[in-house]
Ligand binder design. Structure first.
Ligand code: FE2
Ligand code: FE2
Length: 209
């Protein structure tokens, strides 16, 4: 990545510990490393590499906020609070990060990736999908399902010629769809609410496949 992008990432890294405790920072760095794995294996442009790097670093920046503060941010930015409480930080994270760092660091692509990293959405871009997947497959996640998805993704990627854009894009859709499908099933089994964004994401992946 060029010096301008590196400088922007350094600005984010410098303030992140003010918003995330050690445990969350470990997860954030895990997501960052997984996004860098995507950047390398999917041969992303410098711009897209910056997008996934910045989005990874910022994705959980509002996760430690109280519900009260989160709802206040929703109100301030005109965001409709989601039904499922666990996903509220994806909707607050993007506007919060943009206010903190400005539009040059939190570009539209970074904003988009943060704001759908937990649920997905209809019409996800490739960088949206990479953050969504990395949040699930980062090496620090100890759940069996996360481990299995990671093994599958990395194993399948090893079999692909990295010049074959179609095969890479197919794998990215495949893993995104698997994670959405797993999560929807899990939520149904646990009798938990499913965010509308996740249903839209599932429907979009079914028509793309
Ligand atoms: Fe998150
Ligand atoms: Fe996360």
């Amino acid at each position: 990545m060029n010096a301008v992008y590196e400088e922007r990432l350094a600005k984010i890294r410098a303030v992140l510990p003010q918003y995330e405790d050690e445990r969350r920072l470990m997860h954030t760095m895990g997501v960052y490393r997984e996004c860098m794995w995507f950047a390398k294996n999917f041969r992303l442009s410098e711009e897209d590499t910056y997008t996934v790097a910045a989005a990874a670093l910022l994705h959980d920046i509002t996760k430690n906020l109280s519900d009260e503060k989160a709802f206040a941010i929703c109100k301030e930015y005109g965001v409709t609070p989601p039904e499922a409480h666990t996903v509220i930080h994806q909707y607050t994270g993007a506007p919060f990060a943009r206010e903190l760092f400005g539009k040059e660091i939190v570009t539209d692509a970074v904003f988009s990736a943060i704001s759908c990293h937990t649920t997905g959405k209809a019409d996800m871009t490739e960088t949206d999908k990479m953050l969504f997947v990395s949040d699930f497959t980062e090496a620090g996640r100890k759940y069996r399902s996360c481990h299995d998805m990671r093994e599958y993704l990395h194993g399948e990627c090893d079999k692909i010629n990295k010049n074959d854009k179609t095969a890479l894009s197919h794998l990215l859709n495949d893993i995104t769809k698997r994670i959405i499908g797993f999560t929807v099933t899990y939520l149904v089994e646990k009798n938990k609410k499913i965010d509308a964004g996740m249903i839209l994401a599932w429907n979009a992946m079914v028509s793309e496949a």
